[in-house]
Design a protein around this ligand. Sequence first.
Ligand SMILES: NC(=O)c1ccc[n+]([C@@H]2O[C@H](COP(=O)([O-])OP(=O)(O)OC[C@H]3O[C@@H](n4cnc5c(N)ncnc54)[C@H](O)[C@@H]3O)[C@@H](O)[C@H]2O)c1
Length: 405
Amino acid sequence: MDNRMTVAFVGCGNFAKGFVPLFKAHPFVKKVYVCDLVAETAQKYAKAFHVEIIDTYEQVLANPNITCVANFTQRHIHADIVIRALKAGKHVYSAVPMASAVEECQEIVRLVKETGLTYLMGETCYYYPCAMFCRETYAAGKFGDFTYGASQYYHHIDSISYGKRPNEGGMPPLLYPTHSTGMILSAVHSYARKVVCFGYKDRTKDGRFETGKNQWDNEFSNQYVLMELANGGTARVTEARTFGWYKPSSYISALYGTQGGYEFSNAQHILVQSAWENDKEKVKLSDVSDYVNTDGMVENKHDADFKEKVANGEWQWNNVAAVQQKEMQRLPQAFETEPNGHMATHKLLVDDFCRAVFKKEMPVLNAWTAARYTIPGLVAIESAKQGGIPLDVPDCGDPPRIQRV
Ligand SMILES: NC(=O)c1ccc[n+]([C@@H]2O[C@H](COP(=O)([O-])OP(=O)(O)OC[C@H]3O[C@@H](n4cnc5c(N)ncnc54)[C@H](O)[C@@H]3O)[C@@H](O)[C@H]2O)c1
């Protein structure tokens, strides 16, 4: 019996095009369908990737041959798509974020627990080189006990797909928190217990971040949240949509523990440790840039405009960093000729999902983890609205070791 997966993509916008070829090429996948509300959009995908169209999402849900849904719809409508898929018995790969309300995240966790189906939130930054470096270094005990860290996702609203859409452009930045929360929380294996949040109320009055101009009545274009973590440390997370430049950029800028730290600035990664030498304490700085920067960056590090080129996104799509190499070894051979994306993370995420479904394993970016990356942002939005009051963050707990269908 051929028990490989059949995957239906829901949403054929900008982002999904990097993923259709990967799902098609994966050895555990039998067939890929595409579906979009806009017929011409689905047709473009069908032509470009030689895949079959299913006209409506209702038809996807009703088709017993389709075992998995890949959700690539707009950021703020994920819960409805995902909950309906799980209720129809489909495994779900979902682009970030998990959902737009705390109760929706909790409902997805509940359904995954009840059904034993696979849910994976495709958080690209989980496999970003700086996140992997900090995870690895923290796990090796080189930071000691975690004290404070900071991460951010800068993406100017003018260069995001929804930025100019009426009613959507003014989305609260922390409705999309998982790039920044995911990096720091995964690095120190913890989750938020409490948040306080402030923000910048946009003053351009361009019809986006204004009361009455978006469906959330949101005025903040940048939000900064301080999270008290369960492990006793504190993390600052920034989601910024108006700032000085246009390129997207997400990274951990600093991470400190009782025994060492990590600092990043403009393509330079420094591991800070202190040691006693001849009865004198000495700060040791190790430049780990060649390990954390991608191979393209390392090759071109003497380029006169190196840092400016990195700031403009050069060598960050397909290129692989040394810290990622070990993880890449488990990818199927069929991926070798396929495109990658977002710091070479797409292939790892697709492989994670296919393995989880096919081998009945719990993926690392499971529903419980997705809730821990998403919910703090949603609670922080409320904190900012109320002038920065401290609010408790509900936690869905650790994933159980359940036998999955
Ligand atoms: N690094 C990352 O992780 C990253 C980067 C970019 C985008 N994303 C995520 O990818 C997703 C897609 O982003 P995008 O920029 O491609 O969005 P997009 O707006 O370009 O595309 C969304 C598509 O979904 C379709 N759609 C919506 N509801 C549907 C339904 N019920 N049935 C069928 N089709 C439906 C729309 O018609 C549209 O074509 C978002 O969730 C976004 O958060 C993640």
